[in-house]
Every structure is written in C-alpha cells, then in structure tokens.
Ligand binder design. Sequence first.
Ligand code: CMX
Length: 470
Amino acid sequence: MLSLTIPRAALRSAAVPRQFAAASVRNASTKSIYEAVGAIVPEKREQLAKLKSDYASTKLGEVNVGHVLGGMRGLKCMLWEGSVLDSESGITFHGKSIPDTQKVLPTAADVGHKGKEMLPESMLWLLLTAKVPTADEAKALSSELNQRGTLPDYLNKIIDTFPKDLHPMTQFSAAVTALNMNSKFAAAYSQGVKKTEYWQSTLEDSIDLIAKLPAIASRIYYNVFGLGDGVQKIDPNMDLIENFTTQIGFGDSEGLIDYLRLYIAIHGDHEGGNVSAHTAHLVGSSLADPYLAYGAALNGLAGPLHGLANQEVLGWSLELQKAVGESPSDDQIVDYLWSTLKSGRVVPGYGHAVLRQPDPRFTALYGFCESRPELKNSSIVQLVKRLSKVAPPVLKEHGKTKNPFPNVDAASGCVLYSYGLDQFKFYTVIFGISRAIGALPQLVFDRMLGLPIERPKSISMDALFAELKK
Ligand code: CMX
C-alpha cells in the first residue's frame, strides 16, 4: 500500500495572493473564479489522499497485449476531473449531461445579452470549480476575460510574419506557444514557489490564455483570409464569443454568435484520453507552463482523425454535392458513402474511439439547427441531417467501425458554413479556442493535486514475445 505523501499543510487552502483572497466589496454569495477554485482545494486534496492511502493497490482492470497494440483503448490509467465519457450515454461535466448544462448554466440572456445558449464562460466555471455559477459569477468571469484579452505587441508581430499559406492551426499553436514569454507559472517556478501553490499561477496563466485565444485566432483569420477587422477590439459590454465573432466580421449574425456559444461550450471537454486533452496533460506533467502544454495540444487537435475532422466533413460533403447535386437522393448518398469506403477512406464525422451511440454533442448541434429558421433551407444542413439517418446502416453493413453513428464533427463545420463562415481551414482553430476550457482546468487540478510526471512503460515486440514465453 502506498503511504500518504500529501503533507497535512497541503490539505489546507494555501495562503493566497490578492486575486485569490475573499472579495470585500462583492456580494457575499458572488465569488471570483480564483476564490471559487481556491475553495475546492482542500476537498480535492482530501479525496486524492484517501484514494492513495486506501485504494492505491485496488485493480481497475487488466492490461493485455491488445491494449499495448491498440492505442490503449479503455485502459483506465489517468486522472481527469472535469468530465467523464460513457460509451452509451456520452459526456458529463462534473456529473452533468449536455441537456443538464443547457438547463442550468447561465445563458447569454441571463447576463443581459441577446441569445439563448449557455455561455462558454459558464462551462469554464463549471469545469474549474465543479459548481454551477450564478449569472453574476458568469458575468464577472466574462469581464475578467475581456480585461485580459488583448495581445502583447510582440505576439502580433510574430503572427504577422507567418506566411499566409501556413495552415491556420500551425499558426495558432506557434502563437500560443510563443505567449509563454509572459507565463506567470514559469516566473513563479523559477522564483522557487512552493509546489502546493503551483496551481495558483497555473490558473492565472490559464485564464490569461483562454482570454487571448479569440484575439490570436482573429488575427490569424485577418492575415490569412483578409477578413474581419484586424484590430481585435474588445468591447467590455460583450461576452467572449460576441467579441470574437465581431473580430472576425460576423458581429451582426445573431445566429452564428449563439451557435458559437453552444459550440465552444460543448467542445470544451471530452474527458482526458483524447489526443488534445491527453497531450496538454502529458506535456504539463513535466511542469511545462500552460502555454507550452496547450500549444502542444493544438498540434494534436490539428490531426485529421481528431479536430481536423470537422474541416474534412465539410470538404467531403461539398464533394458529394458537386458529384451528385445539392439535394441528393438517399440512394445517391448511399452510393457515395460506398465509393468513399471502397476507396479505403474513412467517412469523416462518423465513429468514435469511446462512444457507441450518437454523440450527444452532435444531438445538441442538431437540436440547434432544428430551432433556427435561418438554417432550415441550408442544403448542407439538410445533408447533415439526411446523412445521420443514411450513413449508420451503411457503416454497419461495411462492418469495420465499432460505432456507426455521427460524432460532433458530422455537424459542427457544416453549420459554420451555412452561416457564411466558409474558410474551412479555420474550423479547427475554433475548436482550439474551445478545447482550452477543458484542457487548462485539468492542468490546474494536476497542479492542485501535485500529480507526478507522466511516464508509462513501453515495450518492444521482442520484449513482448519474451514476456509471453515466460
Ligand atoms: N469510416 C470508415 N471506417 C471507419 C470509420 C469511419 N467513419 N470509423 C472507424 N473505421 C474503421 C477504422 O479505420 C478501423 O479500421 P482498420 O481496422 O482498418 O484500422 C476500424 O473501423 C475499427 O475502428 P474503431 O475501433 O471503430 O475506431 P477507432 O477507435 O480506431 O477510431 C476514429 C476512432 C474517430 C478515429 C474513427 O472512427 C474515424 O477515423 N472516424 C472518422 C474521423 C472522425 O470523424 N474523427 C473525429 C472524432 C471525434 C473526436 O475527436 O471527438
């Protein structure tokens, strides 16, 4: 049995700097994000201490050769606090499903803006604190992000040197990485801050980075596509997404603004094993600062089997329309699906490494489309809906994928396209704005709990055969 390694002092909330201390002027029930995260530290540390002292040797399953060869599917081997993905019922965020969050998280209207969808700020608060924020708390977090959203001049200069035809995701990850010049965590670490306090500067960096991602993205958008205002003005009266949408030139599109609120909120976290989340956690476990960890995560998100799939889905759907017309019959869709499968390609937007049912994120985006009159006549949205009925039987008959149902990417990019945001190389950048609200809170938990550097054991095939002969 492992001994309890967390010192008692660490179980108490650490002495906190200015922004982490109780606010004297705010309403007593309204916490700042720093106070709210600080409040859960003792409880989380106690949970970890109990798991270590009482259960460290308890088995959670067996590791077999299939796990080693098969991308470690289903192996329960990392801690992730924000969300859990069930193969049948899908994602829950601190126990709340997407429909639950749609009911309880403060929406744009709740903080006095136009729009019905939950705010990504509300989801960020939930992921960081395990609590539903009040409307005032969500609004305060929104203002905090606005105040931190301006890019330093040096970063704008770096972004402006990127060639226009460098993929926007490459630009995005490079720019995020370069922001580490201002990392508060790196500065605190080099000044010898105590391990029990690492989480505080990690939280500061995380809030700073989340605040700046829209401005980085819109600068790249302006440089690559010549669209948007290019100045990344932040209006203190707008929320994170209305500001971002305005920066890229869609400030008058109420539908797109509300779609992006929903999109960014529900793409944020999908437990820890997916490539981008896992990368942030892995790189962060070396005590690299949040900018380095999240820059690395973005490179994983840029892969076609992960975040780039939304760009792939749109490309595939437009090719289908080009080949057989804007409103193809079911038979034409089926033939096109088979031609893709027979050529050895995957059908983008379908299948999942964990899920075995339609992705609830897809269901939420589908529901959004159903509720918006302006999307009713979009041929690409119609195609998304038809495909979600026609593709599963084809994929089942094909017999390879374990999950023949749509994942979130089956709809996400196509809706952006319908709203006129048709630069599909930019779509994964939008996903990247979102994934930070899941991956960075976990980095705060990692440091709050003092999790160790990640170092699984690898094995060669020769060594495997030697082991199997024993
Ligand atoms: N079309 C055709 N074949 C598919 C398929 C699809 N949509 N999904 C899986 N398969 C194939 C796999 O390529 C694999 O074939 P091989 O045995 O020849 O390698 C076989 O079915 C078994 O795969 P699986 O165990 O069902 O799925 P994996 O866990 O290996 O992969 C995923 C999951 C998402 C990468 C895969 O389903 C896929 O490539 N889908 C299309 C790309 C996509 O939509 N990605 C976005 C995922 C969403 C997210 O990141 O959250």
